[in-house]
Every structure is written in C-alpha cells, then in structure tokens.
Design a protein around this ligand. Sequence first.
Ligand code: A2P
Length: 282
Amino acid sequence: MKTFQLNNGELIPAVGFGVFQIPNNGPTYEATLAALKAGYRHIDTAAGYMNESDVGKAIKESGIDRKDIYITSKLWLQDYGYENAKKGIENSLKALNVDYIDLYLLHQPYGDYLGAWKALEEALIAGKIKSIGISNITVNLWNKFKDGMKMMPVVNQVEFNPFTQQKELRKVMAENNILLEAWYPLGHGNKDLLENDTIIFLTKKYHKNAGQIILRWIYQEGVISLPKSTNPERMKGNIEIFDFELTDDEMKAMEALDTGKATHNPEDPVNETRLMGLKIHD
Ligand code: A2P
C-alpha cells in the first residue's frame, strides 16, 4: 500500500477503509475483517459511528500485527471540552482495545473545540495517539480556530470527490502542510458521478471500474481516500489503483468535473449530525 507523509513525519496509507454507517455487533466486525483480508491496512472509524468495538475485535482477530494497521478514530461531540475529551479518548482506546490510536480527529466543529484540541495534544505527548487532526473544517472555521492550536493538525477530513474538490480549502490546507482526507470519495454512490462520461471513458481505457478511476485520481491529487464498500469485489478493487496512472490531460479532465459545491454544510454541525443519522447523545 502506498503511503503519504504527514507533517509530523508519520506515514499514512493512502487509502483507508471507512466504516461509517456500518452497524456494530457483527456487520462492522465482518466488514473490517474482510477489508484486512483484502489488503487494507488503514481503518477509519469514529466514536460517533458507535462501531469502534467491532473494529477493535476484527483487528485483534485478524492476526495482523497492531503496528502494521493504521487506525483512525474521532472524538464525538458530547465529549468536547478539555475534561470530557480526556475521557472520550480513553473510551476510544478502550472500545478499540488498543494501547494507542494512530490518528485521532475532532469529528466536527462544535462546543468547546479548543479545549478538546488541548486534550488531544496532551494525549499525543503521552503516546496514546500518534497524530492528531481535524475534520469538517472549512476555511472560515480554520481561521477561527488556528491561533488557538499549539500543535498543527496533520489532516483535515472533509467531503471530497470529483464533484466536490474543495479548491479554496485545499489551498489553505496546503499552505499549512495539512493533508486532506476524503470522506464520500465516491460521492456516496452518486450515479451521476459513477456514470459520468469522462469517468466511463477512462474505465474503458484502463480496464478499471468507476470507483477505481476516481480513487486513482484522488491519490494523484495527493489526497487520502476512505472509500466504503460492503461488496467484496469492489472492496478489494478499491485498493487496486496503483498499477496505472492518469495522464496530465486526464487529470485536467477530472478537475473540470468540479461543481464547487458540497452536499453537506459542516458549519451547521447539529443539523449535519441529524442528516447523517448520528446522535449527539445516545
Ligand atoms: P457497495 O457497498 O455496493 O460497493 P462512499 O465511499 O463515497 O461513501 O461511497 C460508497 C458507495 O459507493 C456505496 O454505495 C458502495 O456500494 C459504492 N461503491 C463502492 N466502491 C465502488 C466502486 N468501485 N464502483 C462503484 N461504486 C462503488
């Protein structure tokens, strides 16, 4: 698996398996185990997904060395503020049944954000977390929070795919050496995207499926992707993107698909949470 280097020198696998909306107590365990068997070494979960324990169980039972698997989780909104965040981090470590988490993110802008960030910084110094990052932070929010952060985030995980290219945000993040991570890299299965003419043309040229073309494009853009699939063939295929390369012209044709819009508005986290079917309190 190819990796990208974060601004703290750590390496992150370029493609991770996302488990958003996969239920706990079975389905997430099975999906994670299948992903690890298919060759994924990067799993992206969150306290808010309520499936960290299944991820942890699959990792233990996979027989793969802990150090060979990259685990990302995220602090959920009810655990914001310094004291609550310290507990939230411990809860994630416990649910995942690990000694450390590779990457821990603040899931959304909310409440006492900078208090929560301070707890992440301390957990990093204590060795409980290897890298810390942010998620769903727009340029506007970045300008609001950045001066209150002692440590630089390594990533900002946001909605990103050929229709949602986040051009302004990418520029600002690049200036700060913060990599983007793509949630909804395949547009959450959006047919208009997966059946787009430019993409279909490329599927024929490279003998790859639409998802693979999009994920290759994201990789060449220098963005980490977190595709989700419960179909074993597509799950496996989504990491088979390192044996071909899009040309400069093809990259430009993909770039032209940008609508400049996102389907979700991170500046309204409470509404977002509801739309995503997540709960702030269980
Ligand atoms: P499935 O689970 O049947 O494979 P996203 O990661 O952007 O949220 O998108 C996930 C959606 O994209 C799921 O509906 C998934 O369906 C579908 N999907 C996953 N991989 C591919 C692929 N390679 N080609 C087309 N659709 C895919």
